[in-house]
Write a protein that binds this ligand. Structure first.
Ligand code: GEK
Length: 296
């Protein structure tokens, strides 16, 4: 990750929440290739008054926890999610940017583009950017976390992405249709394995001919030696992002019963079994893999 730090003198900045006067007019900024973060102004976080978005640092698992509860996408996580996902998913920023490129290729006029498990709407925004030249594209982000969607709405409004709608619902319960692009970016892994086939089948039926499903997952590797190496590399990546050993192990324990990875071949087999004619891996960073599944 490209990261640099600067100390700047504040001119016309205000508190994120109240516009109160800063305790110091110096602020420490870091830039991590996607956006600016701010901290080091005492106990509070501040953001620029105009324009630049501020990303809060993920400290959710920093302190020792007596008991580790299952991971959930609650307000605490939503508040730091942008930082968390960028520092926890290798290549996340590139993957999001490439979803725009895939969208340019596959979006069809007067169709629906779905972001299933949209969190803060990063993929929805990327699909928005990739479909601006195609008339009648309606983008729908779906998530069960109200805390995520509240923030997603603010972020998309800031970008004037007015053709994005958000729905707070379980992806297993929504009806989908007239779709040219469907994104399942790191979402299927949170569903019970027995529910995954039905969702993939529903997506296949919702897609128009020529439509694409972009599915990204943390995968398991059937070869034990490879699995160990990929896990070591992943922990090295997280350490490089500034996470301590304690943070890495507490988060891993919290995700243990919640994120259930499958192998690339299990995903491919499921996609082919529901009818996708072309299924190809197109992106990989360690165990994080993305597949394109195309309906002819
Ligand atoms: C991104 N796609 O930034 N129905 C709807 N939403 C769900 C469900 C469900 N059954 N289960 C989990 N979620 C995003 C990142 S995060 C992945 C996706 C991660 C939602 C959950 O609330 C969360 O917002 C999202 O899926 C998973 O590209 O944090 O590793």
């Amino acid at each position: 990750m490209i990261q640099c730090s600067v100390i700047v003198r504040l001119i016309n900045w205000e508190s994120a929440h109240s516009g109160e006067v800063l305790p110091s007019n110096l602020i420490h900024l870091t830039y991590n290739a996607t956006s600016w973060c701010s901290f080091n102004t005492g106990s509070k976080q501040y953001q620029p008054a105009h324009g630049t978005r501020v990303k809060k640092t993920d400290t959710v698992f920093q302190n020792p926890l007596e008991a580790i509860a299952d991971f959930s996408f609650d307000a605490t996580v939503a508040d730091v999610f942008e930082d968390m996902v960028n520092r926890s998913v290798p290549g996340y920023g590139l993957l999001i940017a490439l979803i725009k490129t895939v969208t340019c290729q596959f979006a069809q006029k007067n169709s629906h583009l779905y972001d299933l498990g949209c969190s803060l709407g990063a993929c929805a925004l990327s699909m928005h950017d990739g479909s601006v030249a195609i008339p009648g594209c309606h983008i729908i982000g779906i998530d069960t976390s109200e805390d995520m969607l509240h923030r997603a709405q603010i972020l998309t409004r800031q970008k004037n992405a007015n053709n994005i709608e958000f729905i707070c619902e379980d992806v297993r319960n929504v009806s989908l249709g007239d779709a040219s692009v469907v994104v399942l970016n790191l979402t299927l892994q949170f569903l019970p394995i027995e529910d995954r086939g039905r969702l993939i089948q529903k997506i296949f039926h919702a897609l128009l001919p020529g439509g694409v499903l972009i599915i990204s997952e943390k995968t398991s590797n059937p070869n034990d030696v490879d699995q160990v190496l990929l896990s070591q590399l992943y922990h090295g990546f997280k350490a490089d992002q500034g996470y301590s050993k304690l943070e890495i192990s507490q988060k891993r324990d919290a995700l243990d019963n919640v994120l259930i990875p499958e192998s690339i071949s299990e995903h491919q087999a499921r996609l082919e079994s529901v009818g996708f004619e072309q299924v190809l891996p197109w992106y990989q960073a360690f165990s994080f893999v993305s597949l394109l599944a195309i309906k002819k």
